[in-house]
Design a protein around this ligand. Structure first.
Ligand SMILES: Cc1cc2nc3c(=O)[nH]c(=O)nc-3n(C[C@H](O)[C@H](O)[C@H](O)COP(=O)(O)OP(=O)(O)OC[C@H]3O[C@@H](n4cnc5c(N)ncnc54)[C@H](O)[C@@H]3O)c2cc1C
Ligand code: FES
Length: 320
């Protein structure tokens, strides 16, 4: 990376790459180390917040290591930074370590695969508003759809360290077992609903897996597992429950509806294409309801979100 990335602009930080490895069929895991002022800024990172990663100076991988489906677009220049969440953040001495789990889908994420241990990455953050844990909550239902895993995994870590009185249960959905963004395969893929998923089990979080094709766990949408759990635990005080979700918008809409029908609090992490990530370009608008009114307003996913109260969001109204 060039000198321009050493900039002292507010929120613009340099991070040292500690490792960057392929961790599954289509995703990679990068560990970053922040020191100095950045270590303090990222020690306060909240699950659901995000960073804008600069890939404009990174090399394009050798042609043979570019998946066929991405070869046409691989050489597109990448002027704009790209938004990413962290799947884990930990303070270690004077430094802060952060894990980025990313799916290789286009020119920016392809370039990220060329970073090696010791390289320096430029990113802006922490940005946006993350998940909150309201007082009185005793059970957190964490719903993941595919690459929606990183902020939910980060939230599971926070719950296991700072909210030990909150029991967390993860509902993890993906198209197939191969597209589950997990580093290790769950211990037993025997068609059972409840599986030991190491990335959550190490935090004491019990998991349920669902795949569209039935190659792991429940066959069908992950929302069916959530609805079934709520049905089986109908006697729980709804005020003590909270649902958190990140994934495709159709899944978020279904999760929001399930929560609304039972009057359970629900926070969703929304995704929009983001050009600036800091509230300038207006490219990430989300239609939101105004309390006690039939009117709606447009809020910015990058500044007002990406985490919203699910009751607020008008789903199916994507404008980006
Ligand atoms: C707040 C936020 C957090 C994110 N966290 C992660 C993360 O932790 N890990 C991860 O792998 N990805 C994450 N993403 C998505 C990530 O930003 C995109 O995959 C990335 O921009 C792809 O860049 P690219 O140049 O490789 O591909 P592009 O060429 O930019 O995109 C490839 C394909 O993905 C689609 N796409 C890209 N971004 C979005 C989006 N925001 N919404 C819907 N479709 C999109 C494009 O339409 C295109 O079809 C996050 C997005 C947001 C908004
Ligand atoms: S991404 Fe530019 S305003 Fe949100």
């Amino acid at each position: 990376m060039t000198q321009k990335h050493e900039s002292r602009k507010k929120g613009c930080h340099a991070a040292t790459v500690l490792s960057n490895v392929r961790a599954g069929e289509c995703f990679w895991k990068m560990r970053l180390r922040f020191s100095g002022e950045a270590a303090g800024a990222f020690a306060r990172f909240r699950p659901g917040q995000f960073i804008e990663f600069d890939t404009s100076d990174l090399a394009i991988p050798a042609t043979e290591s570019i998946p066929n489906a991405l070869r046409d677009g691989a050489r597109r220049s990448v002027l704009l930074r790209r938004p990413f969440s962290f799947s884990d953040v930990a303070v270690q001495g004077d430094a802060t370590l952060a894990d980025l789990l990313y799916c290789v889908v286009g020119p920016a994420s392809l370039r990220m695969t060329t970073l090696r241990a010791g390289d320096v990455a430029s990113l802006i953050g922490p940005l946006g508003n993350g998940f909150t844990v309201p007082a009185g909550k005793r059970t957190a239902l964490l719903v993941v759809g595919g690459m929606g895993l990183p902020p939910i995994r980060c939230l599971a870590r926070l719950l296991s360290t700072e909210h030990k009185d909150v029991e967390a249960i993860a509902f993890i959905g993906a198209r197939t077992v191969a597209s589950l963004p997990l580093e290790e395969r769950p211990a037993a893929f025997d068609g059972g609903l409840s599986l030991s998923v190491p990335t959550f089990a190490t935090l004491g979080v019990h998991s349920m897996v669902a795949t569209d094709d039935g190659s792991a766990g429940h066959r069908g949408p992950v929302t069916e597992c959530l609805a079934r759990w709520l049905q089986e635990n109908v006697d729980r005080d709804r005020e003590s429950l909270i649902v958190y979700a990140c994934g495709p918008e159709r899944m978020l809409e279904a999760v929001a509806q399930i929560a609304a029908e039972r009057d359970i609090d629900c926070q969703v992490s929304m995704e929009r294409r983001m050009a600036c990530g800091i509230g300038l370009c207006q490219s990430c608008a989300i239609e939101c309801r105004v309390e006690d009114s039939t009117e709606t307003v447009y809020k910015l996913c990058c500044q007002d979100g990406p985490v919203f109260d699910a009751r607020e969001v008008v789903f199916g109204a994507e404008t980006a």
